[in-house]
Design a protein. Structure first.
Length: 347
């Protein structure tokens, strides 16, 4: 069945908004009014009930989420969160960052005990998801963005597709399954090529089958693919003339839900443009070497990723929480991010 997948388009929107705000602010404000506003859940007003979170006035963290809420499966309106990315604009160090939180992380959900991270949104919406992230990772979130899959396919097509390198296993899987919804687009090949929106979406959905060009599989491979496509879209938009940006933005805005006001979006956009960087540094949590896969039947909620301290096999999220905080608040982007025995592989 078809899933709704969310990607970190706040970065893309920020770049578009910054220049458009300067060149055609009234026109872009009209476009921003098409965004679906969530005035009931403003994350900066959420009571964390004493949960300690880290923050910095020069660092903005936006939670980018995607839900799988298919009515035929009787999911709640909130749904299981399919994708969770903390998109960070670090003005202190002049860097843009993305941290993927693996959906199968076994975490404490306030009021519900332990479960997979992606269950939090189903139990209590975006507010409970934020409280769960705060409880387990001690990160303050400044706002959230939810982007529908139609926005993704539309923007990829609007920029003329994105270049991606496929392995043999990925190409075979995409051509022989329904991950690419459009049957006429099930004709990808091994190697570098330009994917259209339907193909790129299918590529980002691969989870159980297929190995990436850098050897990643399962959820680690899937989140890497998502971040790779985000960066490809980001780079493609940069290459377009400014006169095309408003049209591209309009294709995205209709399918966005957020608690951010127009003023905040414009402010963040202006800051992002002023930074002058378009490189995006990436991380996924849990880190390699700091988790284990659950044993068969170990948890009633199914197979999970158990965060560890890198030495013992018992559940201990502290090391991953510390690493995530270091990445968001301290990492300057001048070298690969490292924590303990882990060193990131920059794309």
């Amino acid at each position: 069945m078809w899933k709704k997948i969310v990607f970190g388009f706040l970065m893309v929107i920020s770049v578009l908004a910054g220049f458009l705000a300067a060149k055609a602010q009234v026109t872009f404000y009209d476009s921003l009014n098409r965004v679906h506003r969530d005035y009931d859940t403003v994350l900066e007003n959420v009571d964390l009930n004493g949960i300690k979170v880290n923050s910095d006035n020069d660092i903005v963290n936006i939670l980018v989420v995607g839900n799988d809420y298919r009515k035929e499966k009787n999911y709640t309106a909130s749904g299981l969160t399919d994708t969770m990315i903390i998109a960070t604009m670090d003005l202190k160090h002049g860097t843009l960052k993305m941290a993927s939180l693996m959906r199968d992380n076994y975490v404490e959900i306030p009021g519900y005990g332990y479960n997979k991270l992606n269950a939090a949104n189903s139990f209590g919406g975006i507010e409970l998801l934020y409280k769960t992230i705060a409880t387990n990772f001690n990160i303050e979130i400044d706002g959230y963005v939810e982007v529908g899959f139609k926005a993704f396919t539309d923007v990829v097509d609007a920029v003329g597709g994105v270049e991606v390198e496929l392995t043999e296993s990925e190409a075979e899987y995409l051509n022989t399954t329904n991950y690419i919804r459009d049957k006429n687009s099930r004709n990808v090949k091994v190697g570098k090529q330009t994917l259209n929106g339907a193909q790129a979406l299918g590529y980002c959905r691969i989870r159980k089958k297929g190995t990436t060009i850098n050897g990643l599989r399962d959820d680690y491979g899937r989140t890497w693919r998502q971040r790779t496509v985000i960066k490809a879209v980001f780079d493609k938009i940069k290459s377009k003339p400014m006169t095309e940006w408003l049209g591209i933005a309009n294709k995205v805005l209709d399918n966005i839900k957020t608690d951010l006001t127009n003023e905040k979006i414009i402010s963040y956009a202006t800051d992002a443009i002023t930074m002058g960087t378009t490189d995006i540094h990436q991380l996924q949590v849990p880190l390699e070497g700091y988790y284990r896969s659950s044993e068969s039947g170990e948890f009633s909620v199914g197979d999970c990723l158990v965060m560890t301290d890198g030495i013992n096999s018992t559940l201990s999220p502290a090391a991953n929480a510390e690493a995530l905080n270091n990445f968001i608040f301290k990492y300057n982007g001048k070298q690969p991010f490292s924590y303990g025995t882990f060193t990131s592989k920059e794309d």
